[in-house]
Design a protein. Sequence first.
Length: 255
Amino acid sequence: MTSQTARRPTEQVSLRTLALIAALGILLRVIIAYVVLPPDAGFAADLNAFRSWASELGTRGPWGFYARGMFVDYLPGYMWVLWGLSSIGALITGSTDPGALVKLPAILADGLLIVATVRLASELGASTRAQRVVALLLAFTPITWLNSAVWGQVDAVGTSVLVFAVTELIKGRTVRAAALAALAAVIKPQFGILIPLIAVIAIVRARRSGDVWSLPLVALTGTAVVSVAALPFGLTVIDVIQRVGEAAATYPYLS
């Protein structure tokens, strides 16, 4: 018997409304980070590391980055962001050290997280009113801007990609979900939490559909994303896995 109460996606809040809320949230964070607070405010250990890595990437490029004797506990995914940030810093100040701009990726990612979460809420059947509430909470709840604009942490970058992956998985787009989950994982290993679930769902969907190629395609897609992200740094997928193991040994915590 077919269920008559299956979840259906609802109408998404208008793009204009969503863009306005995201823009106001970003503006609030920019004011906090660059007007209210001093330039060096935040978690100094991480911010200084981000600046150092960005400067190194901008000066010497990514190839062999992980073999230069520096302490680096982030994977190539976020290094792409810092590499781009160093180029912006060079254009603005003439230095590959991004300086206070180091908080900018986290601030912009908060806006992206609003978009990703509202899209997921719509897919789960939330009303447009509920979607607006979610967007406003993410934009203005202190814990979100404290993490990015004040503390300078970049959790929203990988979280945004992870939320997009969940949405694609719910919509039945397993390959896209695998690509996004792999990208999230190569930004920060903790965001690889979705990969085992995607693997299980991919197996179930492959058995139900009888498509023998769907499962290898999912695996190859995820591997390809990690490979493309890591290659400019002179790393292979095996190297990335080893670096995850090294990071786990350095930080033996579950959260």
